[in-house]
Design a protein around this ligand. Structure first.
Ligand code: TRP
Ligand code: SF4
Length: 328
């Protein structure tokens, strides 16, 4: 039997890179699998613990759930809930923490990277080191077999597999080793061609208006060698073209490739066309977002129902784990 689990942190607005790289995959999988999708608020606390008083974590989690629904996560098909509403995650994470060797955690590439990248934050905490242990518990408390994630998460999935294996070796076969599922689309870069990220200020947010989206696209980096309109360009080094490959039909993308190389199209025009295509792509999201945002009581009902369904599975599997170690 297979079951999908994935999680997303409620730390900021969902951007186009999140959607193209991961969430669109969540949506596709719903038709073929039992899917469990979670807004991981405890994980957000690992990096935001210093300013929680003004952070409005619950509001942010609800906002993230609305974005997921707008993106096409369908609560009729999938279980959608907030992590802290299902306490079994945390209990299983504590259990795992008893046998996960410290060097496994210190070795995770994202660990040292994040500490360096987020140098304004003190991340030398027990909670931050344990981030991937909680992530493993998220997955394994549903005995999930497949985890759709972006490539930056692969080390965490590998660790979840190692944790499952170690549990099974010590206490008997209980957990499957979950496998990552990667989305076929290439990673969408940010407006400046670096990784798209809120902290680089180079993201198109899913909730941006059509005007803001067009404005952001008009400021994108193009082929730096192409200075005048009459200069031929090189689409292979142009971020705008990378986007066309995702948002523009293939035949037209080939045409743009040719027009660019022969100075048959200007960058302003090329960006305008891209903006129209990205806005068309986002139209459905915007429509569904407006719908759910207008009905906060419906959102709470969805999350309440999701938590109840998640809890029914998670509490049973947690009980099996506790039984296996002799706690019950
Ligand atoms: N660490 C993931 C991220 O930053 C979020 C996450 C938490 C997750 N628990 C998960 C993803 C379980 C997949 C499965 O994107
Ligand atoms: Fe990039 Fe388009 Fe300009 Fe070519 S024409 S350099 S693809 S923006």
């Amino acid at each position: 039997m297979s079951r999908i689990f994935s999680g997303i942190r409620p730390t900021g607005p969902m951007h186009l890179g999140n959607y193209v790289g991961a969430v669109s995959n969540w949506v596709k999988l719903q038709d073929s699998y039992e899917c469990v999708y979670c807004v991981v608020d405890w994980h957000a606390i690992t990096t935001e613990y210093e300013n929680l008083k003004s952070y409005n974590l619950r509001e942010r989690s609800e906002q993230k759930a609305m974005e997921l629904i707008a993106a096409g996560v369908d609560p009729e098909k999938s279980i959608l809930f907030v992590q802290s509403d299902v306490p079994a995650h945390v209990e299983l994470a504590l259990l795992f923490g008893m046998f996960v060797p410290l060097p496994w955690l210190e070795r995770v590439p994202t660990y040292k990277e994040q500490i360096q990248n987020l140098s304004g934050k003190d991340l030398l905490t027990y909670g931050f080191l344990g981030y991937p242990v909680l992530q493993a518990a998220d997955i394994l408390v549903y005995k999930a077999t497949h985890v759709p994630v972006g490539e930056d998460q692969l080390p965490h999935i590998e660790l979840a597999r190692e944790i499952a294996r170690r549990f099974n070796n010590f206490y008997g076969d209980l957990f499957p080793e979950p496998e990552a599922i990667q989305s076929e689309t290439t990673r969408l870069p940010g407006l400046d061609n670096r990784k798209m990220s809120k902290s680089y200020n180079n993201a198109i947010d899913m909730i941006d208006s059509p005007e803001v989206t067009a404005k952001k696209i008009s400021g994108m980096i193009t082929d730096p060698q192409r200075i005048r309109r009459s200069d031929p360009g090189n689409p292979d080094v142009c971020t705008v073209f990378t986007y066309h490959k995702v948002f523009t039909p293939p035949a037209r993308t080939r045409e743009i490739d040719h027009l660019c190389r022969t100075a048959g199209i200007g960058c302003v025009e090329c960006k305008r066309e891209l903006a129209a295509n990205v806005n068309a792509y986002l139209a459905e999201f915007r429509e569904r977002y407006a719908e759910i945002a207008a009905r906060p009581e419906r959102l709470r009902e969805i999350l309440g129902d999701g938590a109840a369904r998640a809890n029914a599975i998670a509490s049973r599997i947690l009980a099996e784990a506790k039984q296996a170690i002799g706690l019950i």
